[in-house]
Structure formats: structure tokens, C-alpha cells
Design a protein around this ligand. Structure first.
Ligand code: F6R
Length: 612
């Protein structure tokens, strides 16, 4: 949600900022802007509505802006419509303070009124302009420097923010502050870089600092000093980023999404390899000993979007395999009610980014109640990874496409592994079953490769139905969880109205929407439920639906009902989601391509939802 970059060194800042912003466009893309200063001269601010290329054209790819110190921003609008006026950077009335912001300032109206009473005027509808002017206000009121003024503003601001700010009197420095929104700082030689996410600066440095929550940083040329909100210096250790810059490039694929779909076997293989040691599961790196798992009475999984769908699939697997009660909750709901939690619960928060505002708030709520928390997180050093009592890292590598694919697949592995280990420590499976489940898990990457080999058929089908208006995905049990993720993929990138339904529930109202030509995908990977779902498919077919079936090789009877069938290799039915989701991701992807849409950056969405 909004991307921030900054550069302080000896090169032309604007070119580096634009390059960095291009790596962050997945975070927001309705407008963009730069602020650059050259030594002691006044700051130059350039903004443009629309994609980053409009800003690049306006500044001749940054060459038209001279200066070695600057900040940039790509926006996903929260307060104020997308426009040049509302684009960041925002600047104080006398150009003393200029800054960019990611997040939401909840009490901005109250702060704005305070500033209006002190003769400040406002040109935009953004909460960011209020934050920048508040810092300016404190600087003038107390005649203090940047760290003090930012700290004072931070104590007044409610909400989440990552701020990068420059001051007229400190032309060779950038200041950064953060609360519940991500920010990473990198140094190399005489240069300092900052960004909302690592890919934006990876080309320049691998030596990064993850600035802590409610901390402030002063960034010189090649230096970074950190302070807490009480303005006391704090020491931060730098971290070496180990993944390859290429991992964040398209590598010959047309879109990040299709590249990431193809990276799923690797994401799954790597995640399995990180926890399967010598034929058994070892969760010690995540801090989960067998004794600790044995003490868990029930599991509460909390997440948003696709990560929530992982939780739903995980619920079926954990309950059935480990015989443990599992509740799955949307983080945005969980955080605002008074959830019943038991001291012996394990709260699992699943998040690719580790920064999703609602998931983070849910984690904090569980911690406040003294419940043990586990984060299943992809982004190293993210807020959820740091704040959870225990963290299980998925090894999907950087995920750039807004629609998640490989992180989702890696998260599934994490929940399977937990389910198997819980089953073992609770005595629900014998040694042989334990071993065979691990063996089967390890066959998944190869089987995923096999599903990917079949992609042309799905491409053909997607092209044929590219003008579909309504779609339904139906299934029972785990197949319902798969349907929910398939349906989300379809609507978010192809803009086709789509709904997932528990197949047995259709008759209770929704079937009235089915008419001639309505596209229905029936997911049938569970042998116990296969016949039941087939009957539901037959019911919609007799009302005019066009049917795509999705099942395992061998279940050929489905062809009597479905008009078009996709098969996946056989695996343990607990793990079917990992294979069945791929054709549905491909369906969403190819339909979006056939409709000429922006697959990697669908409208109105942003990768990491750091506002609630
Ligand atoms: C959908 C998608 C989103 C995310 C959700 C949670 O393709 O990517 O639904 O799954 O916003 O994000 P994280 O996992 O970063 O917490």
C-alpha cells in the first residue's frame, strides 16, 4: 500500500528513485512523485497522476531533476482521490518540510483542525499533508531539530505510517519514521537507500536495516543512526539479504504472476526442505518443539484474503489428521470482536507480507491476551515475523504480482507440516503413516510441474470464455476451500464476477442465478465427496451452466457431466489443494491476459494492505 524510496549519496537521485519506484509499483499505482534537493538549493517537487511512466516522461527519466538527495512515492489512494494534487511528496507552506507517507493517519481531521487554528492552509485532501505540516509546526514551536519534531508528531499521530522526510535546514539528510508500516534502509559506501520493500534497493545494496516500530532514523550519505520515540539512540544490527536480485525480475516471463506460478514447485520444495530433516519434521527453527505442540488444545488461524483460504484448507487437514479443533477467522473481524481464546490455544497468523494491518492487529490482540502466537510469514524481518512469539518462514522468495500464488502454495506447506506434526505428537498417526505423509509431501513439487505442463489447455479454455460475466466455483470440504481461492484469483485479476459456493449450499438460494451459459467450475478432489459434488454439478448443468470439472487422474466418470475437464496427479487427499489450485490460478491468469488486463497490477488493489 504505497511505495516509498529514498536516496542520499553522490549520484543523481531522481534516476535511482524512479528505478526503485518501478520495483514498488505493485504497492500502488494511481499517482507518483519525487522530491529532490541539490546541496543547499530549494527542494524540487514533481508529481504526476497515473502510472509511474507518466512521471518518468515528465522528468526525462529523472535526468531533468538535479540533486543527490531525494525521496519518491507511488500511491494507492486512501484519503483523497488519485490526482496530482493528492500525490506525494507533500510540502509545508514555507517549503521547510517535505515528505512521503505510507499508511493511514486515523486522527488526521483533528490534527488538521489544530493546524488550521495555527494558520496552516491545506491544498490536498490527504492525511499525509497533515503529518508533514504537523512536523513543521512542532519544529517551529519548540525550535528543535528533525528527530525531536518527528518524535513529537509521532506521539500525536494515531494510525500507521512509514514516513520519509527532508528538511530545508538539513539538505544532506533524510529522516525516516515508522509505525506498523514497513520500511527498510540500506547502506553501501557513501550511499544510503531506503524503501518500503527490499527489491527496490537490492540492485544497490544487500546490507539492510529493518527499522523498528516507532523508531526514527537519520540518514546521511552512507550512514544510518536510529532513535526511539523518546529520542534516545538505539543500536540496530544490519542484515545481509541473501536472495538474488533476479528473483524480483520477470526473467523472460510476460508477467510476474505467470513467473511466480511457475516458481511454485521451487517455493514448495524449499519450504519442505527447511523443515524436513532426516525423514522427520523438525520445527525447531520456528521454535516449535514436540512438547510445546503437545500442550496445544486448539488452534485459531487468523488471516486475510488468500492467506485466509490457506487457513480454511488447513482447518480440514488439521482437524481430520490431528484431531485438534481449529477455528479460522478473518483478521479484520477477529480484531474487533471479543474472541474467546483459551490459554492453551495456539493462534496462527498467516501472512505473505507480514505487514497486513488487520493480521498484525489480530496478532497483537492474541499476545495481549497471553496466548501463544505463531506467524507463518514470507517476508523476513516484517512486523508479524518479529512480533509473533514464534515464526515459521515460508521460502517462496519475493512475490511481486499483486495476486498471490507461490506464497499461498508455500503457506499451504507450512500448515500441512504443522498438521502432520500435531497428529504425531497427539498420537493420532503411527510411525508408518507419519513417514508416508512426509514422503507424499516431497512428491508435490514434481506433481506441480506436471500440472504446469498442461497449461495450454487452460489457456485455450480461458481464451474461449474470456467474455464470461459470471462464474461459480463449487466444491465440498477441502474442495470448497480450493474453490474460494480459485474464485478470488478470477475476480481480482480478470474482473469477472465470481462466487465460491459450498456445492451443497447452492440449492438454498444461489442456484437461481444460474442460467444458460453461466460458467461453473466443479472441484472434485475428495473421493468421499466426489459423487456428491458431481450431482451438484449435474444440477447446475441441467439449468444451462457450462461446466468445467477439476479432479484427479482416474476419475474419468466426471466427463459424463463436465463439458471440459482438467486432471491433476493423484496425491494424498489432504494435500490436494496444492495441485488443484494451479489450474485455477492459470485460469484466472489466462482469462485476464485474454481480456487485455493488467495482470500484475489489477485495478484498486495493492500488494501489501497496511491499512485496515
Ligand atoms: C490475493 C491476495 C490477498 C492477500 C491478502 C493478505 O491474491 O494476495 O488476498 O492474500 O491481502 O496478504 P498477506 O498474506 O500479505 O497478509
Amino acid at each position: 500500500m504505497c511505495g516509498i524510496v529514498g536516496y542520499n549519496g553522490n549520484r543523481n537521485a531522481a534516476e535511482i528513485l524512479l528505478e526503485g519506484l518501478s520495483k514498488l509499483e505493485y504497492r500502488g499505482y494511481d499517482s507518483a512523485g519525487l522530491a529532490v534537493r541539490n546541496g543547499t538549493s530549494d527542494v524540487e517537487v514533481v508529481k504526476a497522476k497515473g502510472r509511474l511512466r507518466v512521471l518518468a516522461e515528465k522528468t526525462n527519466d529523472g535526468k531533468a531533476l538535479k540533486g543527490n538527495c531525494g525521496i519518491g512515492h507511488t500511491r494507492w489512494a486512501t484519503h483523497g482521490e488519485p490526482s496530482e494534487k493528492n500525490a506525494h511528496p507533500h510540502i509545508s507552506d514555507d517549503r521547510n518540510v517535505v515528505g512521503v507517507h505510507n499508511g493511514i493517519i486515523e486522527n488526521y481531521q483533528e490534527l488538521k483542525e489544530k493546524l488550521l487554528r495555527h494558520q496552516y492552509t491545506f491544498y490536498s485532501n490527504t492525511d499525509t499533508e497533515v503529518a508533514i505540516k504537523l512536523i513543521d509546526y512542532y519544529m517551529k514551536k519548540y525550535q528543535e531539530g528533525p528527530i525531536d519534531s518527528i518524535a513529537r508528531a509521532m506521539t500525536r499521530i494515531k494510525g500507521s505510517y512509514a514516513l520519509a522526510v527532508m528538511f530545508k535546514e538539513y539538505p544532506e539528510e533524510i529522516y525516516v519514521a515508522r509505525k506498523d508500516s514497513p520500511m527498510v534502509i540500506g547502506t553501501k559506501g557513501e550511499e544510503t537507500f531506503l524503501a518500503s520493500d527490499v527489491p527496490a534497493i537490492l540492485k544497490y545494496t544487500r546490507n539492510v536495516y529493518y527499522i523498528g516500530n516507532q523508531q526514527i532514523a537519520r540518514l546521511g550519505k552512507g550512514s544510518a543512526e536510529f532513535y526511539d520515540i523518546d529520542r534516545e539512540p538505539v543500536e540496530l544490527e544490519s542484515t545481509e539479504v541473501t536472495w538474488d536480485a533476479e528473483a524480483a525480475e520477470k526473467g523472460g516471463f510476460e508477467h510476474f504472476m505467470i513467473k511466480e506460478i511457475h516458481e511454485q514447485p521451487k517455493a514448495v520444495r524449499d519450504t519442505i526442505a527447511s523443515v524436513v530433516k532426516e525423514d522427520s519434521i523438525d520445527l525447531s527453527e520456528a521454535g516449535l518443539s514436540d512438547e510445546l505442540l503437545a500442550g496445544v488444545h486448539s488452534v485459531v488461524i487468523v488471516a486475510c484474503g488468500s492467506a485466509y483460504h490457506v487457513g480454511l484448507a488447513g482447518q480440514y487437514v488439521m482437524e481430520s489428521l490431528a484431531g485438534i479443533p481449529v477455528r479460522v477467522e478473518l483478521a479484520s473481524e477477529f480484531r474487533y470482536r471479543d474472541p474467546l481464546l483459551d490459554p492453551k490455544d495456539l493462534v496462527i497468523v498467516i501472512s505473505q507480507s507480514g505487514e497486513t494491518a488487520d493480521s498484525l492487529a489480530a496478532l497483537r490482540l492474541a499476545k495481549e491476551r497471553g496466548i501463544m502466537t505463531l506467524g507463518i510469514v514470507n517476508v523476513v524481518g516484517s512486523s508479524i515475523a518479529r512480533e509473533a512469539d514464534r515464526t515459521f518462514y515460508t521460502l517462496a522468495g519475493p512475490e511481486i504480482a499483486v495476486a498471490t500464488t507461490k506464497a499461498y502454495s508455500a503457506q499451504l506447506i507450512a500448515v500441512y507440516v504443522l498438521a502432520i506434526q500435531l497428529a504425531k505428537v497427539r498420537g493420532k498417526i503411527d510411525a508408518e503413516t507419519y513417514r508416508s505423509l512426509i514422503d507424499e509431501l516431497q512428491t508435490l513439487p514434481k506433481k506441480m510441474d506436471r500440472v504446469l505442463e498442461d497449461k495450454e489447455r487452460i489457456q485455450w479454455f480461458a481464451a474461449k470464455y474470456s467474455n464470461a460475466k459470471d462464474m461459480f466455483f463449487i466444491g465440498r470440504g477441502i474442495d470448497y476451500a480450493i474453490s474460494m481461492e480459485g474464485s478470488l484469483k478470477m475476480k481480482e485479476i480478470s474482473y469477472v464476477h465470481s462466487e465460491a459456493y459450498a456445492a451443497g449450499e447452492l440449492k438454498h438460494g444461489t442456484i437461481s442465478l444460474v442460467e444458460d451459459g453461466t460458467l461453473v467450475v466443479g472441484v472434485c478432489t475428495q473421493s468421499r465427496l466426489y459423487e456428491k459434488t458431481l450431482s451438484n454439478m449435474a444440477e447446475v448443468k441441467s439449468r444451462g451452466a457450462y461446466l468445467m470439472g477439476l479432479t484427479s487422474y482416474g476419475n474419468y466418470a466426471i466427463e459424463d457431466t463436465a463439458d471440459f475437464t482438467v486432471y491433476i496427479p493423484r496425491t494424498s487427499e489432504y494435500f490436494a489443494t496444492s495441485l488443484a489450485i494451479i489450474p485455477l490460478q492459470l485460469l484466472g491468469y489466462y482469462l485476464s491476459v485474454a481480456r487485455g488486463l493488467n495482470v500484475d497490477k489489477p485495478r484498486n488493489l495493492a500488494k501489501s494492505v497496511t491499512v485496515e
